[in-house]
Ligand binder design. Structure first.
Ligand SMILES: [Cu+2]
Length: 462
């Protein structure tokens, strides 16, 4: 649960000019902590003086938005870089480094033109910085350790201050020992809402955001390997894996925005079933309307952000996932040979004499693994998992569902359960298939209509 007494401080900000001592004003804003990996309800700023125009707040999948306090016209935030324990899926705990109790860190949500001041306290065993990916800011606020500023040593607090000039979709992460700190989960989302009506930024009813991240956590261990470049075995959205990722819930005919940033070391083609979407923005800003086209999959390359929008006009539980099939698998060994079509008979018994734990893997494909109640090493999650109303979904990792319902209240983000299909609208078994048309016999001279014929007697050109 989020600690609530921060809001007492936020309320004080409203009357700061008249009744709060200079000492109190000089104090750091409280570092609000989050211990839950659940998706927090969207955070609506308190109605304090200077809070700016209201906006449709974002919902961070399995994350939360960092409250700020207003200090004489400046929005003040306090991020604490620290070791955290993240529950990546129910019962699967990983030692990470993150911010304010979680990896990823909280989403920072401001309005175009806001003056922001971010205090960063380092409680890690090594130095760090924060780079504000995509922002227009003074060079000394860009956060590249050694280039733009000295590193923030353990135990110290630095402050960043700049104006949120561009509305859009951004992220933050360390630019110090980057490989290690990001492999340990240090990153967060940033959304700057437009200050008024913007010709290229439409109002939406639902606005979701999450980061793509990857970890190498060997089964049975609790701490990621940090030197892995491409062989990560945990493919995650906001440091969660299916079935631990919340569904995206929308009311029928809502306009929905989804913002995605990629901080892994490979690209992820993000695919949504049931609807078509447009890429309406990137970390570089809104996409001109003339440059948008319909898609059902968009590739999010390394270090990129994509902001997509669609009308949720088809009710149902629609799959939403990375289209790289290995990225919708849980912790798996990559050295598993393909066994499809191999006849194991007789072999298993002989192998089990040498290795009593030997199992036949996937001679009919891997789907059997989804059903098999294998005993797993302590602290991991099944390779393919998640159970739907019709059995195992056979997906893990970067997978969730888009749940579109007619009977939702505005602003209701709770999981509505499984979709009840109208009678007669679901694929079903039939008693017998219609007889297929008869195939031509092999000695037929004439090729069937529409079949290309090989030219006879000529080889190559003259
Ligand atoms: Cu992927």
């Amino acid at each position: 649960m989020q600690r609530r007494h921060f809001f007492a401080g936020a309320a004080l900000g409203a009357v700061a000019a008249t009744s709060v001592s200079r000492v109190a004003m000089a104090a750091l804003p409280e570092a609000v902590q989050q211990t839950s990996a659940d998706t927090a309800a969207p955070w609506t700023p308190p109605g304090v003086t200077g809070a700016g125009r209201p906006y449709q707040p974002v919902v961070t999948l399995n994350g939360w938005t960092l409250p700020w306090r207003m200090n004489q016209g400046v929005k003040e935030f306090h991020l604490v870089a620290e070791p955290v324990v993240r529950e990546m899926a129910p019962g699967f705990l990983v030692n990470m480094w993150g911010y304010n109790g979680q990896s990823p860190g909280p989403t920072i949500e401001v309005v175009e033109g806001d003056r922001v001041r971010i205090f960063v306290t380092n409680r890690l065993p090594e130095h760090t910085t924060i780079h504000w990916h995509g922002q227009r800011l003074p060079n000394g606020m860009d956060g590249v350790g050694g280039l733009n500023q000295p590193q923030i040593p353990p135990g110290k607090t630095f402050v960043y201050e700049f104006e949120a000039k561009r509305p859009g979709t951004f992220m933050y992460h360390p630019h110090a020992d980057e490989m290690v700190l990001m492999a340990m989960g240090m990153m967060g989302f940033w959304v700057t809402h437009p200050k008024g009506r913007h010709p290229l930024i439409q109002e939406v009813q639902r606005d979701y955001c999450f980061l793509l991240n990857a970890f190498d956590v060997q089964p049975g261990s609790m701490t990621p390997q940090v030197n892995t470049m491409l062989e990560q075995n945990i493919w995650a959205w906001n440091s969660r894996v299916f079935p631990g990722i919340s569904p995206l819930v929308a009311r029928l005919n809502d306009r929905v925005r989804v913002r995605v940033g990629n901080l892994t070391m490979t690209n992820h083609p993000i695919h949504i079933h049931g609807i078509e979407f447009e890429v309406t923005g990137t970390d570089g800003g809104p996409v001109p309307k003339s440059a948008r086209w319909p898609e059902v999959t968009t590739d999010v390359a390394v270090g990129q952000m994509r902001q997509i929008e669609f009308i949720a006009d088809e009710p149902g539980d629609w799959a939403m996932h990375c289209h790289k099939s290995h990225h919708t698998m849980g912790a798996m060994g990559h050295g598993v040979p393909t066994m499809i079509g191999a006849d194991h008979r007789g072999l298993v018994g002989r192998l089990q004499k040498v290795n009593p734990d030997y199992m036949v893997m996937g001679e009919r494909g891997m789907a059997d693994m989804g059903e098999m109640e294998m005993e797993l090493p302590a602290n991991t999650f099944p390779m393919m998992t998640g159970t739907g109303p019709y059995g195992p979904i056979e997906m893990g990792g970067m997978f969730t569902t888009l749940k579109v319902r007619a009977d939702l209240a505005a602003g209701d983000y709770r999981d509505p359960g499984w979709y009840a299909m109208p009678p007669g609208t679901q694929s079903r078994e039939v008693a017998s298939a219609p007889t297929p048309p008869k195939a031509p016999s092999p000695d037929t001279k004439a090729a069937p209509a529409g079949t290309a014929r090989k030219p006879q007697g000529h080889h190559g050109h003259h």
